[in-house]
Design a protein around this ligand. Structure first.
Ligand code: HEM
Length: 128
């Protein structure tokens, strides 16, 4: 059939890989995020490429290898504060800009990520 998935609309595997690499390069330099991530982000990035592929309607790469995503549960070992959710989203928005992701699906993709990121929050911000 000729109905494209969002995965195909944004440019498929190559674009997901560019986006995820640009994203984790920012995460690794972000003062609020770097401390909770491993120093070597190779495996994290590999899983995120698998996850975002299926999140956008491409092949179920993440589930085939790791089972049901249960994303909120998998984030419970980490303090995900509102501040970190916003930092995560800022890194993603900048990564989208860097790779020149444009077009009708970018907005919708980002809005879904905003909802998912807020759903991951499990810890309040520390009062200043
Ligand atoms: C894993 C942080 C939001 C998808 C992780 C890890 C951390 C983290 C620390 C573990 C990295 C590792 O040990 O390899 C955060 C923070 C977020 C956030 C601070 C802010 C809200 C999201 C969102 C998504 C996502 C919105 C999906 C759209 C994933 C995936 C993994 C992961 C797929 C790998 C899970 C696995 O180990 O199989 N995240 N995350 N995260 N995150 Fe997030």
């Amino acid at each position: 059939n000729n109905i494209q998935s969002p995965f195909e609309l944004i440019g498929g595997e190559q674009v997901i890989h560019e986006l995820v690499d640009a994203f984790y390069s920012r995460v690794s330099r972000h003062p609020d995020l770097a401390p909770i991530f491993p120093d070597d982000l190779t495996e994290t990035a590999r899983k995120q490429k698998q996850f975002l592929t299926q999140y956008l309607g491409g092949p179920s790469l993440y589930t085939s290898e790791h089972g049901h995503p249960m994303l909120r549960a998998r984030h419970l070992p980490f303090d995900i504060t509102p501040r970190r959710a916003n930092a995560w989203l800022a890194c993603m928005e900048e990564a989208m800009d860097e790779i020149g992701l444009e077009g009708s699906y970018r907005k919708e993709f980002f809005q879904r990520l905003v909802l998912t990121a807020h759903h991951m929050v499990n810890t309040p911000d520390k009062p200043e």
